[in-house]
Design a protein around this ligand. Structure first.
Ligand SMILES: O=C(O)c1ccccc1NCC(=O)[C@H](O)[C@H](O)COP(=O)(O)O
Length: 160
């Protein structure tokens, strides 16, 4: 199986998207907290033209509402880590899904639960809130065997 590659960066300029694509990225992170709506819309168009997926990251209701007003959004990441305080709270995902899950579902948008996921219970918690995928950093990079760590995080053996 070929693994899709996400460029996880603070993207503020278009050249970064072309650069990521030239290095083999399939998807790129666009952070609503650092991008005006017009930039997000333009960058989303560039991504589509390049055959890339944009993972649009939000932290709160205000950012989520801005993103939900943009046409063509297919993938939203709800970050449980505040960019201002770095405090992690996984209930952020649940809270935003409770508030906007209906419209997200109606629009056919997939949601990624991001940050602060260390155990199968954490993953199950955000899954039960309605996310279809997770973005995990710290708990995997600290492990010697990432494949085993991923399987452990999902609470079952995924690799055969
Ligand atoms: O990515 C950055 O440059 C960065 C800067 C400042 C604070 C955090 C930053 N990144 C955090 C991550 O990329 C996390 O690894 C990712 O959100 C996943 O979260 P976790 O599983 O808790 O590591």
């Amino acid at each position: 199986m070929q693994c899709p590659l996400l460029c996880k960066e603070f993207v503020i300029d278009i050249w970064q998207i072309y650069y990521a694509r030239s290095k083999g990225a399939d998807a790129i992170l666009l952070i609503a907290a650092v991008l005006p709506d017009l930039d997000m819309k333009y960058m989303l168009r560039i991504c589509k033209n390049l055959g890339m997926t944009a993972l649009i990251e939000v932290h709160d209701e205000k950012e989520l509402d801005r993103v939900l007003r943009i046409d063509g959004v297919e993938l939203i990441g709800i970050n449980n880590r505040s960019l201002e305080t770095f405090v992690v709270d996984t209930s952020n995902t649940r809270m935003l899904m409770e508030k906007r899950g209906d419209i997200i579902k109606e629009k056919g948008i997939l949601v990624v639960g991001e940050s602060g996921l260390f155990t199968p219970d954490d993953v199950a918690y955000v899954h039960s809130a309605g996310v279809s995928a997770v973005l995990v950093g710290e708990s995997l990079i600290k492990e010697e065997d990432p494949g085993r760590a991923i399987a452990g995080l999902f609470g079952k053996e995924l690799l055969s």
